[in-house]
Design a protein around this ligand. Sequence first.
Ligand code: GAR
Length: 218
Amino acid sequence: MSLRLAILVSGRGSNMTAILQAIADRRLDAQVCMVFSNNPDAPALETARSFGVPTAAISHKGLSRAAHEQKVLEVLTPLNVDFVVLAGYMRIVSAEFLRNFSSPDNRYFRVINIHPSLLPAFPGAHGYEDAFAYGAKVSGITVHLVDEHVDHGPILAQMSFARYADDTIDSFKSRGLQLEHKLLPEVLQEIAINGVHFYSRQTEAVSEAELNTIGRTT
Ligand code: GAR
């Protein structure tokens, strides 16, 4: 199924660009109906327009979270998107906002986030910096469904990368960002083909085959 997407951004928009490029290259069967930003000066908006994608921006400044989200919903709701993708959208979204995007079976919200750490480690606005400062030898990135908590919700995919002895925060970050640009379009394409699948911590066990691939010996 070709996915109808809205992408929410706050700044540079390199993940947004990766999605638009994957669509242009026919690696992703999707249509981006709108790129929205809470930051009218976000460079991502100009990039989106260069791909011919409609944009909208409404600053959150001077508005309560509820008032701002109401305005965002007025933009997004008429688009009838399948998924909202948070691609560097540096705003917390409320449970009320998420309820507008309930899945047909009410198991999840149709809102996807990319985060620059192996969640649940290092949530927040500075995933790479926090992992680097902590001295993590292995870090990574996470694509997940968004729930009512910050940087939280069912994990769709993760990729890890090593920290090298001579890494600087910039080299560390840029290695992670390259993985982000690969993983996010791949996850969206997987959803376009097979729908949403995730392990529910409560109801689904990891299969024996998967345990073997991660090296369990007993
Ligand atoms: C990305 O590294 C993304 O994972 C991160 O912001 C950056 C946005 O870059 N998101 C978060 O930290 C969310 N908590 P981009 O604008 O170039 O895509």
